[in-house]
Structures are given as structure tokens and as C-alpha cells.
Design a protein around this ligand. Sequence first.
Ligand SMILES: [Zn+2]
Length: 297
Amino acid sequence: MPELPEVEVVRRGLESWVAGRTVAAAEVLHPRAVRRNAGDLPAQLKGRTPASAERRGKYLWLPLRDGGPAEGPGEEEPGEALVAHLGMSGQLLVVDPLSPIEKHLRVRMGFTDGGPELRFVDQRTFGHLLVAPMTSGPARPVPEPIAHIAPDPLEAAFDDERFAERLRLRRTGIKRALLDQSLISGVGNIYADEALWRARLHWARPTETLTRPKIAELLAEVRAVMTEALEQGGTSFDSLYVNVNGESGYFDRSLAVYGRRDEPCRRCGTPIRREAFMNRSSYSCPKCQPRPRNARP
Ligand SMILES: [Zn+2]
């Protein structure tokens, strides 16, 4: 499952390779890839121009302008966007139009400039594309299917004070809260474990017992771990290729706790423990992150 840093790498690729180019034709090769789309995707995209590439958490979208590239400031805000959900295995590739068809190609999109085309490849077909109306959210315009998702901690729209307030009212375990997309988006299992280890917090710590400074420290660690992953992922992106492969492989060597059961804590040497958590696992250090008496799973 791609996490925020991986999706941000894809967004940057789309921003440089796709934004500002007008769609000549789109083709849907598998109906499941557009199962949530209300209209005829090729007709909705033809002649329109992605204005930019945007992201919130793990969600990507391209605001669509009618007609060609912008002629100047003051142009109307795009009313619709092409939204991409990558699912478990979705990839967005920017490739030469003549390059061979990928085995799991679901949607392809050519541009009027005859340059590289955009291909959506998805082996497990959990991902999908759809055209959706934009809504003017409280902080910035987002597509309607994403309107219920809270800003992610790397967005300018993220409000630290409001997050701290809502977090304490939630009265749940801190890791459960970090994974709650209505409170904070884009923090997956891996980065939650890493940030909690850095902040020396056990995952079942009740949120109402966290002080404001501790919440600020945790947010800083969430941002640090994501930014580091982004820097490592970003360096490998230098070719005509936008890719999410569903793994965060490039960051594996830097992980302090995730997937390191029984290996020594990088801070104190205590073997890392693995505990069951919401049908998944939580990795932590028993010494640096002692279980609180009032643990709340
Ligand atoms: Zn430790």
C-alpha cells in the first residue's frame, strides 16, 4: 500500500510531465478501473487540460480546465478534477506512446502535443480513476470524494492547534487516532510506528492524556519521518517515469521499528516488540515506549 511520501513522488512526476498538456484521447481498457465514475471517462477528458497535480494524504487529483493551457491569471477555477485512487498496486506511468502495452494496463491518455502518454496500470484492480466536481473546502478546493478527508500534516492547510484540540477530545489510543483519516490524513501503519518511536509514545496511550507540547513533538516527528522518506524516494525520480509500486522499499533501511521484531532498538538496544493491532501489527520498543497503565487499544 503506497503511503504519503510515495504518493507525493508520483504527484511531483505528474506535475512536471502532465500538467498544462491537453488531452487528445483517453481509452479505458478495463471497466473496473472506472467503476466509480459517473460518466464516460474518455468523453469527459477529451480536449481538457490538467491544470496542476494535487495531493491530500494518499489521494491524488488533476484539476481539469476546459480547453488548452491557461492564458493568464484571473481564469476561472476548475470545476472538475480527475481523481486517482492507486489502491494496493496502482501505478501511473508516463511513457512514450509507442512503448509496448503493459500487461495490466487499465486506462491510457494521449495528449495533443503527441508527447509521452499517461498510463494507469493496476494488477489487482483495487485502484480506480474518476472525474468528480470540485468543492470549495474550508482551507482549499478539493474534489468531492475527498471532502471528508482531513488535511495531511505536510499540507499548508493543516491546522496544528485544531488537530491537538480534536485529538484530545477523541479519547482513543494515539495510534488509532493517527490512522483516522477524518482527523489527520496520509499517516499509514509504517509512519505511525516510526513517529511514535521517535516521540517515545506507546501506541495505546490515551489521547486525552497528551499535553500540547507532547502533541506538537509528535507532529514534528510525523513530519520529519515523512520528509526523510520523501527525500530518499525523490532522489530516485529523475527519468520519464512516474511510479508507485505499492511498496515503500526505498525507505526500508532507515526504519527504526517497523518490521524489526526482536532486533535491537536503535536507541537503547532492547529487542523491538511486535503486538497485534487492528488486524495488523504495531512495532515498538518496550523500554523507550512503555505501555501506559490506562492503555486504550
Ligand atoms: Zn529503546
